[in-house]
Write a protein that binds this ligand. Sequence first.
Ligand code: A3P
Length: 289
Amino acid sequence: MADPGPRSLLYEGIMLPALVHSRESLRYAQLGFQVRDSDVFSVTYPKSGTTWMQELLTLIHSNGDPQLARSVPSWERVPWLEQTTAAGFLENRPCPRLISSHLPCGLFPTSFHGSNAKVIYTVRNPKDICVSLYYYSKMASFLEFQEDFGEFVELFSAGKVLFGSWFQHVKGWLGLRDRLNFLLLTYEEMHQDLRGSVERICQFLGKPLDARALDGVVENASFQAMKQNKMCNFSLAPRFLLDQTQSSFLRKGITGDWKNQLTTAQSENFDRIYREQMQGLDLSFPWDQ
Ligand code: A3P
């Protein structure tokens, strides 16, 4: 395990940003938080499309009307389970509670197991995550930043980054994929067919939308619309925390950006680690093709 560094907190072997997590908030998430059957969790490894899913869930529950999404920050609409702000705030939310989490499966609330709460788990090509996380670390003062991209790729491949190993996160959560209340989505399929993905989410949530409401969701959750929405583009965050002159939070919003960033050697090395780590997982992702 890498040295957690001054901005990080090491909790059960996972490095987390200390600014928004504490041992108490993590313990609360795991042991104190009481999951309700009506809860809907959006779970992601960072940079997998978390903010996008927050926007989609808000818009689906608003029947495509953007009013709420444009007037309340995303982190209040679909608040975080594990952050220091969670206790008290989450308990007072109306049902169904829409909740975000980056936690690995092993640190999720114990009361989740045995409940009927729903989990939407969004995965993204890890090479694109690596690139996105690199630029995010550059702009976020509360993350450790390794300027040398090649070294960053090595740290990411070895899981020595904040939120730990992408491989462990994905393998842990995919262990639940046969549960009825688990929906697996990929950033890539959302990118390719947002409308179809929204329909899948609606079906999973038991919340059918008519064509007009679907149009509203798709339109307002487009990359361009979200980039303009200050309630989700993080322009509300002070510059000393997120310096968007270094990089934008909604940076490129594309698939396959890794091809512009990783050298052939870095990519091949990552592929080797990927094959080793994902061996035996009976599942293929869009980026495997
Ligand atoms: P890039 O840095 O590759 O552009 P998270 O919310 O989990 O931190 O993920 C952020 C990533 O999701 C960023 O990726 C961001 O641009 C992308 N993203 C957010 N909203 C999006 C949208 N509507 N369409 C496509 N990508 C989106």
